[in-house]
Design a protein around this ligand. Structure first.
Ligand code: C2E
Ligand code: MG
Ligand code: MG
Ligand code: MG
Length: 292
């Protein structure tokens, strides 16, 4: 330690910075091995139709079980996977895993539902994306209409005309497209009508504010109305309370996804939820049976 208190701050600060950087480098190299070591898994979060109370979809979300650190958050490792280029193979693994799992559930005769998979901006930038999605569909036998791809608005806004070409190509495969985290980027409703999208997902940050801000309430109402005018389905992300649910029903939101109904769960647990179908009493919002 430096003798004076004033000077000691800097070495400690640098030490913390260096440790953080070292941790990230280490995590990144662990990420390389994670695929072959089978440390990844996919969990599923139900999307519930506000009219019927049925589960009509599921978002597939990636999980990483690190050998020492345990569960690492996607918010932490997805950016690392993107900067290292690993997201291309990891993303394809998620797509294949969710597609073959869904296909198996459809084959079993479980109620029909749409599975949604997230695509990172980096995946959208690789020239072979369309080929890869087609490859996965052919291989798993999943009906393209049962697959939805979620892309973030931030990516789309970077180069709208380029995005438009790519999205048209993806749509031509017969899959559905959703805009994820809507409202967090340079959100503009003006360009939406130009994009071949089916679904708009309102970001959780707006849902959180719904109860306490009338501006947010009005904004969400406008987004829903405009989306409906454009023929889009609207999904609210991160619904946690009965009050939020009631407000969203009032606003004619189509579907909700959030801890209120269920967190993301293991494939087995999701299968059980799907098999029970209509587990939610949509008028009271009460769960008719306990969620795993
Ligand atoms: P996202 O695509 O917006 O996914 C929704 C996130 O919100 C998930 O976090 C989900 O667990 C969380 N969530 C859902 N309902 C609630 C709620 O009621 N309250 C709160 N507080 N959170 C809720 P998760 O699984 O940690 O994923 C975070 C982000 O990581 C995702 O955001 C997505 O951007 C990215 N991600 C996850 N899996 C993948 C993947 O397979 N590929 C790519 N490219 N990105 C992924
Ligand atoms: Mg998503
Ligand atoms: Mg989202
Ligand atoms: Mg989000």
């Amino acid at each position: 330690y430096a003798k004076s208190r004033g000077r000691s701050f800097y070495p400690r600060y640098h030490q913390a910075m260096n440790e953080r950087r070292r941790d990230l480098v280490r995590l990144q190299s662990d990420l390389y091995r994670a695929l072959e070591c089978e440390q990844f898994s996919v969990v599923y979060q139900p999307k519930v139709c506000l009219q019927s109370g049925n589960i009509v979809g599921a978002e597939a979300l990636l999980r990483w079980q690190h050998e020492e650190h345990g569960a690492v958050s996607p918010a932490e490792f997805i950016p690392l996977a993107e900067s290292s280029g690993l997201i291309e193979s990891i993303g394809e693994w998620v797509l294949a895993s969710a597609s073959s799992q869904s296909r198996a559930w459809h084959e079993e005769g479980l109620p029909p539902f749409l599975v949604s998979v997230n695509l990172s901006g980096r995946q959208l930038q690789m020239g072979s994306l369309v080929e890869r999605v087609r490859f996965v569909l052919d291989n798993t036998g999943l009906d393209p209409e049962q697959l939805e791809l979620e892309v973030t608005e931030t990516f789309l806004m970077q180069d709208i005309s380029q995005s438009l070409i790519l999205l048209e190509e993806i749509k031509a495969l017969g899959v559905r497209l959703a805009i994820d985290d809507f409202g967090t980027g340079y959100s503009s409703l003006n360009y939406l009508h130009r994009l071949p999208i089916d679904t708009l997902k309102i970001d959780r940050s707006f849902i959180v504010d719904l109860e306490r801000s009338s501006e947010t309430y009005d904004l969400v109402r406008n987004v829903i109305h405009m989306s409906h005018d454009l023929g889009l389905r609207v999904v609210a992300e991160g619904v946690e309370t009965q009050v939020q649910l009631d407000m969203l029903r009032e606003l004619a939101c189509d579907e909700i996804q959030g801890y209120y109904f269920s967190p993301p769960v293991s494939p087995e647990a999701f299968r059980r939820l799907l098999a029970q179908q209509r587990v939610f009493d949509i008028c009271t919002g009460r769960k008719e049976s306990p969620v795993a």
